[in-house]
Design a binder for this molecule. Structure first.
Ligand code: CMC
Length: 428
């Protein structure tokens, strides 16, 4: 097979190298396109056919429904690893040994205070503020309290910045929830595991001891692992592109949080639950909503269905569906919303519209049901996604900075007015 692709235009032929990834993915390397063709570019709105980078972090095969972090299958990681091990593997390339993991956790604990002054910033938000807006603002505000720029050529500096955000971000997440619930802002407990501590920081009541619930912690851990990275999605691409201007890690992450907030991306988990509740309130008629989803004159979409890359079952959705059943059974919860979700899924998988377009349930279809069972308010669902995605964003930012990638700056095809003369205001 040729390792070159040929473009023919106006009688001229141009050759471009074809590169191959470790899983045999092929790409035409068009770095020399503009100079070779004297100005021609490619156009691809939504980047449906465009690779923005070469990356060794996450492999995703949307046709086969495969997801691997650093070569480890998502199924195995969800079953056998904990979130901190997965975070380490994503960021540094391999699963940590016992000593590395213990040091990583200790270093995180040592950084887990957030400047008290940050509470004043949180205080300025109304209780009604959406937690994603608050989280993005607080993450950005962290820069003011940790102003030193990261010298990316120093392993030590890089490691310290990473540990610092992994330590402080859960505190911000917990404070965002506690503010919403009117609970006092608190810190964690260094004697607890990373995820257990997050749970405690979020839910401990001021007048009660924290009670550990193994089922809840394990479910939370699994959900965070499943969300930890997903290659060049909208928020991750945002983190990479903001970071490519050499804006700092916290600023890049804050931008990623804003990108994740949208209902077509991470905000879908909140949208799914609101949709399921609306269907339930409307009498549970799933067929009516299926018809709305297929009606091109109706903007309604079946939230939690479809994916830019997966044209098969999202492997994360499969794991979450089983986990939702287990968690609800373990906690003794009988949630009618779960039945509506299963009904919708069955109808969609048999419906020609969904079959033709290869629309399958995605990660967000069942995650909200578990979050709800764990007592997490609907508006916090996307915050939980952000918490899970944090190691992925960090890993991608680190990879991009270590490779010294150029600033992200796409081109365009201009379709506006040609040169025209200025008309004075009184003559317009
Ligand atoms: N309900 C009904 N129709 C849909 C849906 C849906 N959820 N998703 C896609 N379609 C249709 C769409 O109308 C289009 O039909 P046609 O070809 O007749 O015009 C076709 O399927 C292709 O859709 P698209 O919008 O061109 O595909 P995309 O790759 O640009 O969008 C998506 C992917 C995830 C934004 C979209 O499927 C969607 O809006 N889904 C609902 C929101 C959602 O669940 N988002 C979470 C994604 S997973 C979490 C994450 O990684 O962020």
């Amino acid at each position: 097979m040729s390792d070159k692709a040929i473009l023919e235009y106006n009688g001229e032929k141009y050759e471009f190298p074809v590169i191959k990834g470790t899983e045999d993915e092929l790409a035409i390397d068009i770095k020399s396109l503009r100079s070779a063709t004297k100005g021609m570019i490619t156009i691809d709105p939504g980047f449906k056919n465009t690779g923005s980078c070469e990356s060794a972090i996450t492999f995703l095969d949307g046709e086969k429904g495969i997801l691997r972090y650093r070569g480890y299958s998502i199924e195995e990681l969800a079953e056998k690893a904990d979130f901190l091990e997965v975070a380490y593997a994503l960021i540094f390339g391999n699963l940590p040994n016992k000593e590395e993991l213990a040091k990583f956790h200790k270093d995180i604990k040592d950084e887990s205070h957030v400047d008290e002054e940050m509470k004043k910033i949180l205080d300025g938000f109304p209780k009604s503020a959406h937690p994603m807006g608050v989280l993005s603002s607080l993450t950005s505000a962290l820069i003011a309290f940790n102003p030193s720029t990261v010298d990316v050529s120093s392993d030590e500096d890089m490691y310290h910045a990473i540990v610092r955000i992994l330590a402080k971000f859960p505190v911000l997440v917990a404070w965002t929830l506690r503010k919403k619930k009117g609970l006092p802002l608190d810190y964690g407990d260094d004697s607890l595991g990373y995820v257990e501590n997050i749970h405690k920081m979020m839910f401990k009541r001021p007048n009660q001891d924290y009670k550990k619930n193994k089922v809840v912690i394990e479910a939370l851990d699994k959900l965070l692992i499943l969300h930890a990275d997903h290659e060049q999605n909208c928020s991750t691409s945002t983190v990479r592109i903001v970071g490519s201007s050499h804006a700092g890690l916290f600023a890049s992450l804050s931008a990623g949080i804003s990108a994740l907030w949208g209902p077509l991306h991470g905000g879908a988990n909140q949208a799914v639950l609101e949709m399921l509740e609306a269907i339930e309130a409307d009498g549970g008629d799933t067929k009516k909503y299926m018809a709305k989803a297929k009606d091109k004159s109706d903007p309604f979409r079946l939230m939690g269905f479809g994916h830019r890359v997966y044209k098969n079952f999202d492997p994360r959705a499969k794991i979450i569906k089983v986990a939702a059943d287990e968690v609800l059974a373990d906690l003794g919860i009988d949630d009618p919303i779960l039945d509506i979700a299963k009904g919708l899924e069955k109808e969609a998988l048999e419906d020609q519209y969904f079959v033709d377009r290869k629309l399958y349930p995605n990660v967000d279809f069942y995650s909200g049901i578990i979050y709800r069972a764990l007592g997490i308010p609907t508006e916090m669902f996307t915050v939980m996604f952000a918490l899970g995605r944090l190691p992925g964003w960090i890993a991608q930012w680190r990879e991009m900075r270590l490779k010294g990638e150029p600033i992200g700056r796409p081109r365009q095809v201009y379709t506006g007015e040609n040169l025209r003369s200025f008309v004075e205001l009184d003559k317009r």
